[in-house]
Design a protein. Structure first.
Length: 325
């Protein structure tokens, strides 16, 4: 059984045949259901110029969810520091935390949030991609400005990481780390080992804290889970193969997709490190990931086509947590 806190990452899928406005409404409805199901946190990802994911600012989605729910923590997973002025990030999240004390997280990440180079340059106002030094300076500036604003209770900062470098930066700054196992699972064990070994206590965290984000698809049958996960497998095959994003396919479209030998092997290797299946079969998979990583908390990302199916997946996994007491 799952005895760790469970949280969720929302990526605001724009389904084939739908509009970004539809994705936004789906995001709102799923958020309400996650709050009802007792999930600990709900974070929103930052993406831009994607045919599959809505370009909705995490701070706005977090604000809407905080205003329409009572207890679930809300935040960014993450706000991408190179795209924003550090003072603006600090002011936005400090304001949100003052309006909703004890409920706001500021997850900070590095990537541009897009594969579209003109969009990436526009976000950076024409500047080149951030270096390691630029990124560290941005994160330090955000934390510094958080310490200077006086709006009330501050948000809880987290650093998103998918590599050794990100984990080591979190450790050196004394931040809790949210590791993107759903993006680079091969990096997870070594990066978290380095994080724990190098951690320096800070005002933000007295000891290492690890949240691990896992791609999880749960359904009432194994066949349903496989069918629900297949559209994301199609997207994932393209990303793993270095190709640009496509629209998020329907289950029917995805069912007719034929994977080449290389794509099929890459997707299978990735899936083997995530979690999917029925409630009974997914429990040991999530337990294995939690034990292997020493996670203090699991965050689930469930990129499936139908929001009702997405909620059902979260519901089934929440039942595992409830059964564990």
């Amino acid at each position: 059984m799952i005895d760790l806190p469970l949280s969720a990452l929302e990526v605001s899928i724009v389904e084939e045949g739908a509009t970004p406005a539809d994705a936004l409404r789906n995001c709102q409805s799923v958020a309400g259901e996650l709050a009802r199901l007792g999930y600990h946190r709900l974070w929103f990802a930052e993406h831009h110029h994607s045919p599959a994911i809505g370009a909705f600012p995490p701070v706005l989605l977090a604000a809407d969810t905080a205003a329409t729910t009572a207890a679930i923590r809300v935040g960014s997973g993450g706000v991408l520091a190179p795209n924003h002025a550090p003072l603006t990030v600090a002011e936005q999240f400090a304001t949100l935390a003052a309006l909703h004390p004890g409920r706001v997280d500021l997850g900070i990440g590095r990537g541009p949030g897009t594969f579209h180079e003109p969009t990436a340059r526009a976000l950076r106002r024409g500047a080149e991609p951030a270096t390691d030094g630029d990124y560290r300076a941005d994160v330090e500036a955000i934390l510094g400005f958080l310490g200077e604003v006086h709006f009330g209770e501050l948000p809880e900062p987290w650093l998103l990481a998918s590599s050794d470098a990100g984990a080591e930066l979190a450790a050196s700054l004394g931040l809790p780390v949210a590791f993107a196992h759903h993006i680079r699972p091969d990096n997870t064990p070594r990066a978290l080992e380095r994080y724990r070994a190098a951690f320096r206590p800070s005002r933000w965290s007295a000891a290492p804290r690890v949240l691990v984000c896992v791609e999880a698809v749960c359904a009432d049958t194994e066949e349903q889970a496989a069918a629900l996960a297949r559209p994301m497998d199609v997207i994932k095959a393209g990303l793993l193969g270095g190709r640009s994003e496509t629209a998020f396919p329907t289950p029917a479209t995805a069912a007719g997709h034929e994977f080449g030998e290389r794509d099929g092997a890459a997707v299978a290797a990735f899936v083997a490190q995530q979690a999917r299946g029925t409630k009974e079969s997914i429990a040991p998979q999530l337990t294995r990931i939690a034990e292997a990583t020493g996670a203090d908390e699991l965050m689930l990302v469930t990129p499936v086509f139908d929001p009702a199916a997405r909620v059902r997946s979260f519901e089934l996994i929440a039942e595992l947590r409830a059964e564990a007491g």
